[in-house]
Design a protein around this ligand. Structure first.
Ligand code: SIN
Length: 482
């Protein structure tokens, strides 16, 4: 039985980082574990693009922009790796045939996003970059894909990871491998309003906590400033930063561009500042804040931003004429599983984490726009190089199939309450009193008779709340008012 379930590498997650690992290990037996379908990942919903140095002479400027957005918490070495390896990785992606938008001369188009000192964001399908990149990586993929499968456990003994336990078709199975790569994304579903795939809920981070592995910078949660939140469904409609890069304005109910009262870069201030300004302005005025797109020519808009045009049309908006009410919403976790620059999880053999789930301090306290797909590409490749060099000098150990209850009847209500609590206390503006209250509530939920999946979510949430309480003063995306 065990032989059938042994792989060279198991990858958890099918976003850019996970698929890039699988596609770079063609000569190995690789299994990609997907919680639902392969496209239920954050990569698929990325709109704006991939930030990349335009050429060698732009590397230092991209590094400085990333570090400046990161508010002092970036690891300079990690940022250098991101930008230097990133240029090579994106050129390789283009050479392999991944389609990026080009002008009539066939040259790649670069757009601008907040806090970049120049145009360096490449995009695909207008505002469908993630979907197009994902489609391309799936077309290259030759590995096995295990759908509708949630990882419930890392199989660890004596600080060696031997595989994963997976919930699939209502049964638990153990899968073994010489290397396990976690590429499962961030924590979106623990917040009431978010832009993430509904499958992203911080369970792997919770498993790592249970195994005594370190999560770092979990107080650093990023909120995207321009999200349409008045729609049904857990995932809210992102309105890409590229809209502002191309000239869209943020206005109050009277049409005033109020962001300049907060920062003289206005709409192109770093994401954390714009999110906070919108949040505070709405609170102060008691009125909506809007994205004004009326400066765009209609035909240009439909071609450049087709996803937004058609999604908002379905919701009754006629773009670019109608202004769209916006709110910040949870978007990206800078904090994650602590790894080195080769994706190795600190303190564990054969275990890697790459992409959003990992923390290399490449983004510091506030990720620069469109650096996340680049991160996925770069650090997955480095993990692969490391896996190729690794000597697997151990016997794979077989683990018992431990039965555990994954979901219990009252879990859903607690999940919903948790989302509200996290949004209100560990959101854009945080107060210690609310955080302490959330901590008490989370501990009381953990004392109840709950399923394992909820327990893992709660543990990850608890870590975010605790890390925020430990944070002495506001920094980047972590803004504390007392
Ligand atoms: C966006 O398109 O605004 C999102 C890009 C990102 O998350 O960096």
């Amino acid at each position: 039985m065990i032989d059938r379930n042994i792989y060279d590498v198991i990858v958890i997650g099918s976003g850019i980082a996970g698929l890039n690992v699988a596609n770079s290990l063609r000569d190995k037996k690789v299994l990609v574990v997907c919680k639902e379908n392969s496209w239920d990942c954050n990569t698929f919903y990325a709109q704006g693009g991939i930030a990349v140095p335009v050429d060698e002479s732009d590397i230092n400027s991209h590094i400085e922009d990333t570090i400046s957005a990161g508010a002092g918490l970036c690891d300079r070495k990690a940022v250098r790796v991101l930008c230097e390896d990133g240029l090579r990785a994106v050129r390789d992606l283009i050479d392999r045939g991944c389609p990026f938008d080009r002008n009539e001369k066939g040259e790649i188009l670069y757009t601008k996003e907040a806090a970049h000192s120049r145009n360096r964001i490449i995009h695909s399908g207008g505002d469908a970059t993630g979907r197009e990149v994902h489609r391309f990586l799936m077309s290259e993929n030759k590995s096995g894909l295990l759908y509708n499968s949630t990882v419930t456990e890392l199989l660890i003994e004596d600080d060696i990871c031997h595989g994963v336990r997976v919930w699939h078709n209502n049964e638990l199975r153990n899968y073994y491998a010489k290397a396990v790569v976690i590429a499962s994304g961030g924590v979106g579903s623990i917040y009431e309003y978010h832009t993430n795939s509904k499958t992203i809920s911080g369970e792997l981070q919770g498993i790592c906590l249970e195994k005594g592995l370190e999560l770092r910078d979990m107080q650093m949660m990023q909120f995207h400033p321009t999200v349409f939140i008045h729609s049904l469904g857990a995932r809210k409609q992102l309105l890409t930063e590229a809209l502002r890069g191309e000239g869209a304005h943020i206005v109050d109910a009277d049409g005033k561009r109020f962001l300049f009262e907060y920062d003289d870069r206005g709409e192109l201030s770093p994401r954390s500042l714009v999110s906070r300004a919108i949040f505070e302005h709405k609170k102060k005025s008691g009125k909506e804040v809007y994205l004004d797109l009326s400066m765009f020519d209609k035909e240009f808009f439909k071609k450049r931003f087709p996803t937004i045009y058609f999604n908002l049309k379905d919701l009754g908006y006629n773009l670019p004429e109608d202004r769209v009410p916006i709110s910040p919403a949870f978007h990206y976790a800078m904090g994650g599983i602590k790894t080195d620059l080769d994706g190795r999880v600190s303190g564990m053999k054969n275990l890697y984490a790459v992409g959003e789930v990992a923390n290399t301090r490449v983004h510091g306290a506030n990720r620069l726009a469109s650096n996340s797909l680049l991160e996925g590409l770069v650090f997955s490749k480095r993990a692969v190089e490391n896996i190729k060099k690794e000597k697997f000098d151990f016997e794979i150990k077989e683990f018992d199939l431990k039965e555990e209850t994954l979901i219990k009847s009252g879990d859903k209500e607690i999940k919903n309450e948790l989302r509200k609590l996290m949004w209100e206390s560990a959101g854009i503006v945080r107060s210690r009193a609310k955080l302490e209250n959330t901590l008490i509530k989370i501990d009381s939920f953990l004392d109840r008779d709950i399923g394992k999946f909820l327990k893992l979510r709660l543990k990850t949430s608890r870590n975010i709340v605790k890390s925020t309480i430990y944070q002495k003063e506001s920094l980047g995306a972590c803004y504390i008012i007392d």
